[in-house]
Design a protein around this ligand. Structure first.
Ligand SMILES: Nc1ncnc2c1ncn2[C@@H]1O[C@H](COP(=O)(O)OP(=O)(O)OP(=O)(O)O)[C@@H](O)[C@H]1O
Length: 443
């Protein structure tokens, strides 16, 4: 494991505490109650008191354990004591997560009138968001030319910012935004507090720690990377030729649940979504080749339960909090074993139970062993009846054929941009976003 963090001052965490015991003021305790948060979670118990003392924090805790609240509550309390616009900058790796964090700030801070702004996306979207923002208290943003934009926008005095948060810190630091990070550290107040949070950490976090944090308190609720207690994890060994049949079999076996299925590429995500729709499942996709509106649209359809299957790339593996997800399927095994922890963490959140099933082909055995090593567990096989799987072959092959035709048609329509598109094809045709380097984002 790369970085093991621990709070030496609290090897035993006392779990029977209230938000009040942690020093949270009444108005914010009431906001927690309104959200149904009866007691603070372990990571909140560890971090909130030290954050309220004004310390920098590195927080490591399992998925779905309430890390957002752990950094949002101290920031809101600070804001209440010293009201100020442009108070905190929260960086996060994906747009969906930025919106989700903003919702959490607004929910916890509604009675104190907190204003947050989400600044994400390409150049046009960022400029538009900045124009609309009108000096919020909290900015939630994805990195990538953010500072250039903020610095050139009238009224944004970044030196005033009192908090810098990196949620999913290891992911942000792996996104090749080192130059951006240097800029951020230079332009925001030296006197700020810095919080780094994630369910996994990397060596880059240590580098940032040296460069940007002042004597941070390291809080970890466990001594190794853990998947969540109430998560049942399985694998299925599949002959590559029948990748698709096994998926349909599992979806039938677990019918009535809501699924997040992870694929490694945008193309496979879309292909499997089409295949499943051809078989009558209510599946929808989410990946980085879709426009922002389509991405949010897909997510909302899944969140509102009008679709029961969300097919996604790793763009959805981090941070998304959709409590009703029952099953996570790694249809393509993750190439980085830490991504496994984040993907399966989309279910069994906040003390709920859930299932994760990882498809392993003959080519994935080494990756799978690395995952088992990282989580310190041997996973059991998900029980399958091979004859029943094979009986699906004919129907699945037919649906695959249609999916291939549809994909080809979409590809052709893509070459004719003026042509009208259907709802389904738009999701696939969604604009690709060019990064500064000129490369296309692949998530
Ligand atoms: N004290 C609490 N009591 C009950 N529920 C809570 C509490 N704090 C947070 N939650 C809820 O737990 C869920 C998970 O929280 P959150 O999204 O912050 O997890 P996380 O640790 O950031 O997960 P990830 O590592 O996947 O990003 C949310 O629905 C949140 O509302």
């Amino acid at each position: 494991m790369a970085t093991h963090v621990e709070n030496p001052e609290s090897s035993e965490i006392e779990i029977d505490k209230t938000f009040r015991d942690l020093g949270v003021v009444d108005v914010l305790c009431e906001a927690c109650e309104q959200l149904g948060w009866k007691q603070p979670t372990k990571i909140q118990i560890e971090t909130i008191p030290v954050a309220l003392q004004g310390r920098d924090i590195i927080g490591l805790a399992e998925t779905g354990s309430g890390k957002t609240g752990a950094f949002a509550l101290p920031i809101l309390q600070g804001l209440l004591e010293n009201p100020q616009r442009l108070y905190a900058l929260v960086l996060t790796p994906t747009r969906e997560l930025a919106f989700q964090i903003s919702e959490q700030f607004e929910a916890l801070g509604s009675s104190i009138g907190v204003k947050s702004a989400v600044i994400v996306g390409g150049i046009d979207m960022m400029s538009q968001a900045l124009t609309l923002a009108k000096k919020p208290h909290v900015i939630i943003a994805t990195p990538g030319r953010l500072i250039d934009h903020l610095e050139n926008t009238k009224g944004f005095n970044l030196k005033a910012l009192k908090y810098l948060v990196m949620d999913e810190a290891d992911r942000i630091l792996n996104m090749d935004f080192e130059t951006e990070m240097d800029k951020i550290l230079k332009v925001i107040s030296r006197d700020r507090r810095t919080f780094l949070f994630s369910a996994t950490m990397t060596k880059k976090v240590q580098k940032l720690e040296r460069a940007a944090l002042k004597d941070p308190v390291k809080c970890a609720v466990s001594s190794k990377y853990q998947t969540v207690e109430k998560l049942q994890q399985f694998y299925i060994f599949i002959p590559s030729k029948f990748k698709d049949c096994y998926l349909v079999y599992v979806l039938n076996e677990l019918a009535g649940n809501s699924f997040m299925i992870f694929c490694s590429t945008c193309n496979n995500t879309q292909r499997v979504a089409l295949l499943l729709r051809n078989l009558g499942f209510t599946a929808i996709s989410l990946h980085g080749q879709m426009s922002q509106n389509k991405r949010l649209g897909s997510l909302n359809k899944f969140k509102s339960k009008s679709r029961s299957i969300l097919l996604a790339t790793d763009v959805a593996s981090r941070g998304l909090d959709i409590p009703h997800v029952d099953v996570v399927i790694n249809f393509d095994i993750p190439t980085h074993s830490k991504d496994y922890i984040h993907r399966v963490g989309r279910t069994a959140r906040a003390g709920r139970s859930g299932k994760a099933i990882t498809f392993v082909t003959q080519y994935d055995v080494e990756l799978f062993q690395r995952i088992e090593h990282l989580i310190g567990k041997k996973l059991p096989a998900f029980p399958t009846q091979e004859e029943e799987v094979m009986m699906l072959n004919e129907r699945v092959s037919e649906a695959q054929r249609f999916a291939r035709i549809e994909l080809r048609e979409h590809g052709e329509r893509k070459k004719r941009p003026r042509e009208e598109t259907t709802e389904n094809s738009e999701a696939y045709l969604g604009k690709r976003e060019k990064g500064k380097s000129g490369k296309f984002k692949i998530l």
